[in-house]
Structures are given as C-alpha cells and as structure tokens.
Design a protein around this ligand. Structure first.
Ligand code: SAM
Ligand code: SF4
Length: 441
C-alpha cells in the first residue's frame, strides 16, 4: 500500500486566510495529502501568507529560508506559497526564491490541485489572475464539515474601500458577494454535520449585496441564515463603520441567535487622521453608531482595530484616539504601528512620526486598553452568560467556550457538552479570559 503523502500548511494573517486554509486542506486531501503538524514529515509545504504589514511579509521570507534548507536534504519536497504575499509578489517571489515550486494568488485556490500534481511531475507554476466573478466562491468543494462546533462561511470577498494605508484591495481584488442561495446551502450542510455556530466572513460584510440592488442585503442575509435549523448562534466579521445601516443595527435587537458582539474597527479617534485614511466617517459618526448599537442591544461587546503613527498623526491626534477607547470601552482592541505598504496611497505621504514615538504611542494605547479589558472582564463576575462549549480547555482538565460577547471562558463540566450552548455563572474575570461554573443543563 502506498504511504499517504503529507501536507504541512502554515497560515499567517486574518480569518480570511484561516478560512482559505480549511479549503486548502480539503483540496489537498482530494489528491491524497494528509495534513501533518511536523514539517520534517512533509512531502508538500504550503504557506498561506499575509502582507498587511511589512513585518508579516518579512516573516514569510524568513520561513521560506528554513524550508530551502530542508529541501537540500529532501530534493523532492514541494514548496508552495499562496495568499496575499503570493498575489502581491507573483513572479518576483519565484525570482527571490527559485526553489519554490508553485505560487498561487488569492483567487486561484481552484487551480491548486492541478498545480501540485504538476509540481509532482517537476513543473514550476504560477497563478495570480483575478477572477472577478461570483462563481469563484464555488469552484471547488467546501472545507470538510465534520467535527467542528463553530465554522466560518465566506459571504463576500475583496474590498472597494481603498483605505489609504491598506493593501487588501490590491491583493484581494474588487468586492464580490456570494449568492444567498449558495451561502444558505453551505450553512445548511454545516448544520447537518453538527456545527452549532457560524461566522459569516468577508473584508467588509456590511456592504454585502451592494453591487446588486435587487439582491438581499446583509441584514436580509443574517435573517435567512438565522432560520437555518441546527444553527444556534450567528456571528459576522468584519464590519466597516460607514456601512452599518439602521436595518443591520435592528438585527441585534430582533435576531435572538445573533451573538451580542461586533468587531468595529475605528482605526483612529482623530477626524484629521480618519480623513487622511479615507475611512469615510468622522469620530462623531462612529460614536453615533456605537450608541445606536448599544441602544438596540445593551449587552453588546465591541472589539476594534487601531493604527498608531499614521502619517500626520501628532500628539493631539493620538490623544483623541486615547479618549475614544475610554469612551467606547472596547472588550478588546487590536492595535498596530502604521506600516507603509507598496502601491497604497499612504505610502506616498511623508511619514514624519519617528519610530520611537510610534512605539511609545502603541505602548500607551495598549496599557490603557489592558486596564479597560480587565475591568470589563471583572464586570461579568456574578452574571450568567450563554457559552458555546467548543471542547476541552488547553490544560485538558476543564471546558473552553465563548460567551455571546465573544469572551473566552473556561469552566468545569462534562466534555460531552461540546457543541452545546450552556448557562455559565461567571466566578472570575481575568485579563484574557473568564472563569465560571456550568449551571444545571
Ligand atoms: N477589513 C477590515 C477592516 O476594514 O477593518 C480589516 C482589514 S485588515 C486585515 C486588519 C487590520 O489591519 C485593519 O483593521 C488595520 O487596523 C490593520 N492594518 C491594515 N493595514 C495596515 C497598515 N498598513 N499598517 C498597520 N496596520 C494596518
Ligand atoms: Fe482594508 Fe479599509 Fe478594505 Fe478594511 S475596509 S480591507 S481596512 S481597505
């Protein structure tokens, strides 16, 4: 009997890449590759890459160096690079790293089986064409559905917003929504396989259906997905503040299955910086949306993204960002130092904030947010939260799950509760998680 071929897959970056990697595993299984966590065992190494910041991109080249050495001892090893760096670099990547066998862009997963089979025959290949057609969502089988409690379902891809700092529209292409029928088909299949929670995924899900005026919008889609039998909880990410409509806000009041959490990146608290970033809203408009969401759903938890050191951000602008986080009181915040990306508008702006100053601002922001996160987590003590049990905790002696507000929670209980929504009394609020006890089920 032939020994199964082994795939070692590394994923960098956002949830879109995590979701693409699930699809890659299914595709590679279709041509006989089983996933391994040990690169030494691998016959095929695939890197699903991210280029959102320069550091993410550099990390990919660092990793490739490691696999180049491995290939010296194992010449038949196939190395492939996909995702955003592959899209951005294309031919350049093969010039910089000629030992790479295949380069596949963000729209080319459907070609991957053929490319890997070609590499087995010694062929080097590259595919980075954009496929601006809705069909591209369903050109290959979806990720396998067994075993999961919570799964991502892609509803749209690409982005038309062109925020001045962002490479996403350049590497993921124009915004395209997937048809509601196809989304419902996939959600239905996941529900039949025992999945309890789905997260609808896109770069900017709020603009779902915008390019097709007669089609359902995102609020319609949420209502349709919530009706799928077996799906107990529904989430979505990511939202652009400018596209949060009153109809979408109403969903938080009216759809019982919609988790009370929204990731709503502000990026800055300063109107001057927001304008330079081309975000399409002011600080006051952002805060109005936050207020309206809290009115519709008082228990809603906010998370967000913030960039510090954007060109033109002076101390007064940064103070406005510090004030914004105190006003919103995010449950969690992802914050980054601005990184100039090739081809973006902001890469042409004079970058006058000193590196040390950017670092100092990031540290101040993160220290302030740490306090807010801890205070928020402590505020849950004594409350009863509905937690979706995902499985055993990392230590193995308890259960792990998430509250509706997306707070990580560790609790005692029977492992057979995996996949169930249970009531948990919160007994401790720590920096990164809540602890609690499962109430009678
Ligand atoms: N589509 C989402 C949105 O609009 O919020 C997320 C895009 S990106 C994958 C995630 C985050 O990376 C952004 O929200 C932003 O804070 C950060 N980011 C994007 N480009 C950046 C850059 N050039 N430098 C630093 N951070 C960046
Ligand atoms: Fe990037 Fe802005 Fe599009 Fe988000 S909305 S992906 S930050 S361009």
């Amino acid at each position: 009997m032939n020994k199964a071929k082994k795939l070692y897959l590394e994923t960098f970056g956002c949830q879109m890449n995590v979701s693409d990697s699930e699809k890659i595993v299914t595709l590679m299984k279709g041509i006989g590759y089983q996933q391994t966590a040990d690169p030494v065992e691998a016959d095929l190494v695939l890197l699903n890459t991210c280029s959102i910041r320069a550091t993410a991109e550099q990390r990919v080249y660092g990793h490739l160096g490691k696999f180049k050495s491995m290939k010296k001892h194992k010449p038949g090893l196939i190395i492939g690079v996909g995702g955003c760096v592959a899209q951005q670099e294309g031919e350049r990547l093969l010039k910089k790293a000629p030992f790479v066998n295949l380069v596949f862009g963000t729209h080319n997963l459907h070609l991957l089986q053929k490319m890997v089979s070609g590499a087995e025959q010694g062929k080097q290949s590259i595919a980075t064409d954009f496929l601006d057609d809705e069909k591209r969502f369903d050109l290959f089988p979806h990720a396998e559905s067994e075993g999961g409690v919570s799964r991502f379902v892609t509803v749209m891809q690409g982005c038309d917003n062109f925020c001045a700092y962002c490479i996403v529209p350049h590497v993921r292409g124009r915004e395209i929504s997937r048809s509601a029928d196809k989304v419902l088909e996939e959600v239905g299949a996941l529900a039949s396989a025992g999945v309890t929670e789905v997260t609808l995924l896109g770069q900017n899900v709020n603009s779902y259906g915008f390019n097709d005026p007669g089609a359902p919008d995102f609020a319609d889609l949420l209502r349709m997905v919530a009706r799928v039998e077996g799906i107990e909880r529904l989430r979505f990410t990511t939202s652009h503040p400018k596209d949060i409509s009153p109809r979408l806000i109403a969903c938080f009041a009216e759809i019982g299955k919609l988790a009370p959490h929204i990731h709503l990146p502000a990026q800055s608290g300063s109107d001057a910086v927001l304008k330079q970033m081309n975000r399409g809203y002011t600080r006051a408009q952002y805060l109005d949306k936050v207020r309206a969401l809290r009115e519709a759903c008082p228990e809603i938890q906010f998370t967000g993204d913030m960039i510090v050191g954007f060109p033109g951000e002076d101390e007064a602008c940064f103070e406005q960002t510090m004030e914004l986080i105190e006003e919103v009181r995010y449950a969690d915040l992802f914050s980054f130092i601005y990184s100039a990306r090739p081809g973006t508008k902001a890469a042409e702006f004079p970058d006058e904030v000193r590196r040390a100053e950017k670092q100092a601002r990031l540290e101040r922001l993160q220290a302030a947010q740490k306090k807010i996160t801890l205070a928020r987590n402590e505020s849950f003590v004594g409350s009863v939260q509905r937690v979706l049990v995902e499985g055993p905790s990392s230590t193995g002696d308890a259960l792990f799950g998430r509250t509706g507000g997306n707070r990580a929670t560790v609790m005692n209980g029977d492992p057979a509760l995996a996949g169930r929504l249970v009531e948990v009394r919160i007994t401790q609020g720590l920096q990164t998680l809540l602890k609690g006890e499962v109430l009678d089920v």
